[in-house]
Design a protein around this ligand. Structure first.
Ligand code: DGT
Ligand code: CA
Ligand code: CA
Ligand code: ZN
Length: 582
């Protein structure tokens, strides 16, 4: 059985080059914020870049003279690398993290603001966090106090270009914020918490975090919880006995509502939404002589409570099948629930392996061996390595010669993991006209082929669509990866005609990917739903570039559920790898 909640275990075990490099980058940023001498900052940044580009795992170099041959790595940095490899962290960085104000660190996340400007804002203009900055920018006080009007204008433009989407979090960010908060509130004791809102519905971006709190102590309201929150470094937007709105130290908006044993189901239902789903439920209730709100389901005639303690009971009383939170978007789920035709959704346990993962052979930062070990720990039956093809030079795409060497390297790793089927695949670029980046003779040497559009060779959506449709004819191609190419909050969809693509995929018997990278979530869930309706098979993938990212699979699963996919729609729910390769 696969357990994707394995998260921390897997992601902290391996100290790969990417992790070490990230630690040095963060160290450089924080030292700069602290006003440390520039040469130190530059040195750490250089070390980070060089470690990131290293071909050998830095772990293997610790204690050898070879490590000191890497440009930018002297005795002092080598010692720090040893500490990271041995303990998984760097005490110097841990110290800095707790020493620096989170609000100051947040300022650096604003476009056009580097450490220097952040310090200026903090020290000279008294700006303590991103929210205060945006306020002072909007109402003009910043410029009237002497802040550069040119820079202010340029930041404003940058912020408006990123637009609303930048104010929404990725699903993974909201998940982390919510569970970090709940972990520390568990000590507050005396409440059970339920995460609701768009986070529970697994939307790919989340505006704010909604939590329903059920006291386990009689007569308890929200004041004791407010006291707990006061101990943390956030700020209150509203503080009542049945409702709290609070900003975490990282500026994440959290709404908390009080429930009781009789109405917790109704509260959870209401605050899970979506609003459209709720509206339709209320209308349905009215037709049945009932009234539904956040306090329960009541009979019109005498006002008596008929259901409220559980969502299941409320749905049942309304004559509906239970509706999973991911489906609550008013896209036909209520109608299907009325006639008892909702599908059984795919879940983490259905997933038997990962069909799209990278290694240090292209732009990944974990080795083949590290990735295989992590996949085995997840309980997978198979793992496909799909490093980039030769045209993808920014991602260290492999020439045919390198691909052959990788085949030999994979053979070696196989012998150490007899229980895991390790497949040699490739993420092959789709080129102009639909030609693939390796010729058929090369593709024939591989076990599995995933193909994707990376570089836009044209902005003409007809040409892009045509290329993808042609590529889907290739006999070796198994999966079309991240079809829209979107990067949430950064880059929109490529505009290809997905209706045509789905038809071509079904005609050729190819699967379409549900990529679980939190910034991709591609196909988007509405298109997953269409693919399922069209009978196109889905491939749920992590697109991992590190061992920890194998757990992106959980977001692919959530996104597939949101598109009504059952295990039968998912290619990698099949345990027998031979079936997959037919
Ligand atoms: P978000 O935060 O923008 O990603 O989306 P949600 O769905 O979490 O929306 P939010 O936080 O404004 O509200 C949480 C839930 O509360 C929402 O899904 C449904 C319910 N809700 C909020 N406002 C209304 C309303 O005016 N009418 C109804 N029926 N429900 C509402
Ligand atoms: Ca919300
Ligand atoms: Ca909310
Ligand atoms: Zn990839």
């Amino acid at each position: 059985m696969v357990n994707l909640l394995y998260r921390r275990v897997v992601s902290t075990k391996n100290v790969n080059n990417g992790v070490v490099a990230d630690i040095f980058s963060e160290l450089a940023d924080l030292l700069e914020l602290k006003g440390e001498q520039p040469f130190k900052v530059v040195a750490y940044r250089r070390a980070a870049n060089n470690i990131r580009r290293l071909d050998t795992p830095v772990e293997e170099l610790v204690g050898t003279a070879q490590l000191l041959e890497v440009p930018g790595i002297g005795e002092a940095i080598a010692e720090k690398i040893r500490e990271i490899v041995e303990t998984g962290k760097l005490s110097l960085l841990e110290g800095l993290r707790s020493e620096l104000d989170p609000g100051l660190k947040e300022l650096v996340t604003i476009p056009r603001i580097g450490p220097k400007t952040a310090l200026l804002l903090y020290n000279k203009y008294g700006i303590r966090n991103r929210r205060q900055f945006e306020q002072a920018l909007a109402d003009g006080t910043l410029v009237s106090k002497g802040f550069s009007a040119v820079l202010a204008k340029s930041i404003q433009t940058a912020l408006s270009q990123i637009g609303e989407s930048s104010k929404r979090m990725l699903l993974i960010e909201a998940t982390d914020a919510a569970y970090t908060l709940l972990d520390s509130l568990q000590q507050a004791n005396g409440y059970d918490f339920r995460v609701c809102g768009s986070l529970r519905r697994a939307k790919d971006t989340v505006g704010d975090v909604d939590i329903v709190a059920l006291p386990t102590v009689p007569e308890r309201k929200l004041q004791p919880l407010a006291l707990e929150l006061e101990k943390m470094n956030g700020s209150f937007l509203a503080k009542g006995e049945s409702k709290i709105s609070w900003l975490t130290p990282h500026g994440v908006h959290v709404d908390i509502r009080l429930a009781n044993k009789e109405n917790i189901g109704a509260m959870a239902l209401y605050f899970t939404g979506s609003k459209e789903h709720n509206v339709k439920l209320r209308t349905l209730a009215m037709k049945k002589g009932l009234k539904l709100n956040e306090y329960g389901l009541f009979r019109d005639s005498d006002g008596d409570l008929v259901a409220g303690a559980s969502e299941e009971e409320i749905y049942r009383t309304l004559g509906l099948q239970y509706i999973e939170p991911e489906l609550r978007e008013d896209t036909g789920e209520i109608e299907q629930a009325e006639s008892g035709k909702l599908p059984t959704l795919v879940d983490d346990g259905s997933i038997q392996g990962d069909l799209h993962a990278h290694s240090t052979w292209s732009d990944g930062s974990s080795t083949l061996e590290e990735m295989a070990t992590a996949a085995e720990k997840l309980g997978y039956k198979y793992l496909v390595f799909t490093d980039h093809s030769k045209s993808e030079s920014v991602a260290h795409g492999m020439t045919e010669a390198v691909l052959r060497r990788q085949a030999t390297a994979i053979e070696k790793v196989r012998s150490k993991h007899p229980k895991l089927e390790i497949l040699h695949g490739s993420e092959v670029d789709i080129l102009r006209g639909g030609k693939l980046d390796y010729d058929d003779a090369t593709l024939a040497t591989l076990d599995f082929v995933v193909a994707s559009l990376h570089r836009k060779f044209s902005s003409d959506t007809n040409l892009l669509t045509e290329a993808v449709v042609n590529a889907l004819e290739n006999r070796y191609l198994k999966v079309l990866a991240h079809p829209t190419g979107r990067l949430l909050g950064r880059r929109g969809e490529n505009g290809i005609d997905l209706d045509k693509v789905l038809v071509a995929a079904r005609r050729n018997g190819k699967a379409v990917e549900v990529n679980g990278q939190p910034r991709r979530m591609d196909l988007p869930w509405m298109w997953v739903k269409r693919a399922v309706e069209e009978g196109v098979k889905l491939a749920l993938d992590s697109d991992a570039h590190t061992t920890g990212e194998l757990l992106n699979m959980q977001f692919a699963v959530k996104n597939a559920r949101k598109g009504w996919a059952g295990a039968k729609d998912v290619m990698n729910s099949v345990p027998n790898v031979a079936k997959l390769l037919r």
